[in-house]
Design a protein around this ligand. Structure first.
Ligand code: KG4
Ligand code: ZN
Length: 350
């Protein structure tokens, strides 16, 4: 049975949460780990009743990346507004909510504190159980939204800060079987995009540019790493840097589209190959994508082509790939690595 007993913080009343709970469970969740202030209300882990995201992209664009102190201040300004908007959009009152969840980490500590403390304040005010959520597990759980997906599955988590292959044995068990030993996929995208002069956040802009280039124009290296399902992208980033310098020197200009396409081909081929190998090795026929880079058109194309080979492929809708609070609510409901004490503290790394 996947159900767990939680206590409300004031009266100590028992509340049972999980996919095997007999009652409908409505969770309000807050996400503030990086540069999005988000609040969502989700029923039974899959049905989104409201989903509000206040993005700080415009602010950070000026700096070419996220500035932690600025991010924390912007979260403070936005947090009450996104909570109010999430209630308004859903038409629900605080008394309709079963539990309150928030991202506890990993992420920027100053940013996390804003969302976590707001959620704790709501939990205490309305005497609702509080559920701390791991942001990475939540990116995987985004796949439960609007689907009837059930484990087991192999998940490829590709975000700005992480790259992992996860074996999801059950709702409760997510086991990391491979990860990057240096740069994350989104980080590699953002750094190469910056080299090509594309504005922050670079991943999406590089994805938009790549289809007008030739993916075979330049052969870029796929790093050899010891772990069967591990990745390394820092060498690829350096190879692109050296390539652009050489092209500039020899030709006076960089064919940006061709470099973007060749980089995208190289990195997506590695991600595809290793994830498929994990699925084959474990005999699991379901593969799910998660994290901001799961919005990438080439990655989605490569993985969805596996449907012709008998695989079931899931990728969250675009708005649930990048940071959002609906996935936090879903993760709280499915109890994926959740923390149930009101004393949970924020953490920057796993
Ligand atoms: O999951 P996310 O929103 O935040 C983290 O938890 O890190 O991921 C953000 C990352 C950024 O590096 C961004 O450039 C990348 O996802 N990204 C993309 C695309 N959309 C967002 N990368 C490649 N192609 C995209 N379409
Ligand atoms: Zn994220």
């Amino acid at each position: 049975m996947t159900v767990k007993e939680f206590k409300t913080p004031i009266s100590g009343k028992s509340v049972f949460i999980g996919p095997d709970s007999k009652e409908d469970i409505i969770i309000l969740a807050i996400e503030s780990s990086c540069d999005e202030t988000a609040c969502a209300i989700v029923k039974n882990g899959r049905e989104v009743l409201s989903n509000v995201v206040a993005s700080q992209i415009k602010t950070h664009q000026k700096f070419g990346g996220v500035v932690p102190e600025v991010a924390a201040r912007e979260h403070l300004e936005a947090i009450n507004l996104v909570i109010k908007e999430a209630f308004d959009q859903s038409g629900l009152k605080p008394s309709d909510i079963t539990a309150i969840a928030a991202t506890a980490g990993p992420g920027l500590v100053g940013s996390l504190l804003v969302g976590l403390n707001a959620a704790k304040a709501l939990a205490i005010t309305y005497d609702k159980p509080f559920i701390g959520v791991n942001h990475l597990n939540a990116h995987v759980c985004a796949n439960y939204i609007d689907t009837n997906l059930e484990p087991p599955m192999i998940a490829l988590l590709i975000s700005g800060g992480h790259t992992q292959i996860i074996k999801v044995k059950s709702y409760l068990e997510q086991e990391i079987i491979g990860e990057t030993i240096d740069d994350a996929t989104g980080e590699a995208y953002d750094k190469v995009a910056r080299l090509l002069g594309l504005p922050y956040p670079g991943g999406l802009n590089l994805d938009r540019m790549a289809p007008s280039g030739n993916p075979k124009a330049f052969a870029l290296p796929q790093a050899k790493v010891q772990g069967k399902y591990d990745f390394s992208f820092s060498g690829l980033k350096t190879a692109v840097l050296n390539l652009t310098r050489k092209l500039e020197k020899e030709q006076g200009a960089v064919p940006k589209e061709d470099v973007a396409a060749s980089f995208q081909e190289c990195i997506t081929a590695t991600l595809f190959k290793k994830t498929l190998k994990a699925a084959e090795d474990y005999g699991i026929k379901q593969i799910v994508l998660g994290g901001g880079v799961a919005a990438n058109s080439e990655i989605r194309k490569k993985f969805f082509s596996l449907q012709d080979k008998g695989y079931k492929i899931f990728a969250p809708a675009m708005k649930y790939c990048t940071d959002n609070a609906a996935m936090i609510a879903s993760s709280a409901y499915f109890l994926a690595n959740t923390m149930d004490s009101i004393d949970v503290e924020v953490f920057s790394r796993c």
